[in-house]
Design a protein around this ligand. Structure first.
Ligand SMILES: Nc1ncnc2c1ncn2[C@@H]1O[C@H](C[S@+](CC[C@H]([NH3+])C(=O)[O-])CC(=O)[O-])[C@@H](O)[C@H]1O
Ligand SMILES: O=C(O)C(=O)Cc1ccccc1
Length: 264
């Protein structure tokens, strides 16, 4: 594989040991290889990003506000914009890595959709959310300190309009050790088939220790239910990578649509 252009380089960051990547950070070196890294490392990434765009249409109207939390280079925002042609959405694309935000602005600026994608440098643990109809957090919660995760989900629930949705994608731990080993092994096989060596796989794994802390599906569902979401459901899973959708019930609508009781 040849090294591509400056902005789309092949990920060889863990080929030899590199001190600035221990622990793993979303710095300039990662930004430079990010498209290649995410596609070769996350099974189903393109399908998930496209699926989020398709799902988004069901939760947006002409003037909706949408959040893309931990947007990286803005792929989710662009997918939502692509699937909502004709609607003047405001998409708030948020990331706390300065290098990501700079590259994200360039990337998003190269497209011309009806949506207004506002790329912002901010930490989602400190962000004040405005009323919105859809929040996407695609492989970002796993990088947040676990003690802060419930508060983020609570804030998202509070800011969603009734009938609005949260899409949460995460790498997960399985609930038994044997299933966890199987899924990790299948993921590593996927990475080897995509050209990563055993050394690259193991060095990146070490760099991600204590940086990317995984929950089980049960923990994610419990957190969503504690915030008030009912029936969070998995809409995508490939090995240990999955995406959940959770809807904030529209109580007023439910009452309107409920069968009327008539006196006999
Ligand atoms: N506290 C934080 N506040 C804001 N951003 C954060 C925070 N912590 C980490 N990030 C940002 O979350 C992103 C996680 S990558 C998301 C992929 C993207 N969603 C995609 O659909 O391409 C996942 C991955 O690379 O596996 C990085 O850009 C971090 O800078
Ligand atoms: O590469 C891995 O092993 C992963 O688990 C996914 C990932 C993808 C991009 C940055 C960090 C983690």
């Amino acid at each position: 594989m040849s090294n591509k252009t400056e902005k789309n380089k092949v990920d060889r960051l863990f080929k030899e040991s590199k001190q600035d990547l221990f622990p793993f950070k979303f710095n300039q070196s990662v930004v430079d290889v990010f498209p290649d890294m995410i596609n070769r490392s996350v099974p189903g990434y393109t399908t998930i990003v496209d699926g989020i765009g398709r799902v988004s249409r069901r939760f947006t109207d002409t003037s909706s506000r949408v959040y893309d939390l931990g947007c990286s280079l803005g792929n989710v925002s662009l997918s939502i914009a692509k699937y909502n042609v004709g609607k003047a959405l405001t998409i708030e694309a948020i990331d706390n890595s300065p290098a990501m935000v700079t590259r994200c602005k360039e990337h998003v600026g190269a497209y011309n959709y009806d949506a207004f994608i506002q790329v912002q440098h901010a930490d989602i643990t400190a962000l004040e959310f405005q009323a919105c109809s859809l929040v996407v957090i695609n492989f970002t919660l796993q990088f947040i300190n676990p003690s802060l995760r419930q508060a983020i989900i609570d804030k998202i629930y509070a800011s969603l309009e009734p009938g609005g949705a949260l899409i949460l994608s995460e790498k997960i731990s399985a609930s038994s050790d044997s299933m966890d080993s199987l899924l990790i092994d299948l993921h590593h096989e996927f990475k080897r088939e995509n050209g990563y060596s055993d050394l690259e796989i193991s060095q990146k794994r070490t760099a991600l220790e204590n940086v990317m802390i995984l929950d089980t599906l049960k923990q994610h569902k419990q957190r969503l239910e504690q915030a008030g979401f009912e029936h969070p459901s998995v809409w995508f899973q490939h090995f240990n990578f999955m995406s959940l959708i959770a809807i904030k019930q529209d109580i007023a609508n439910d009452l309107l649509n409920a069968p009327q009781l008539t006196e006999s």
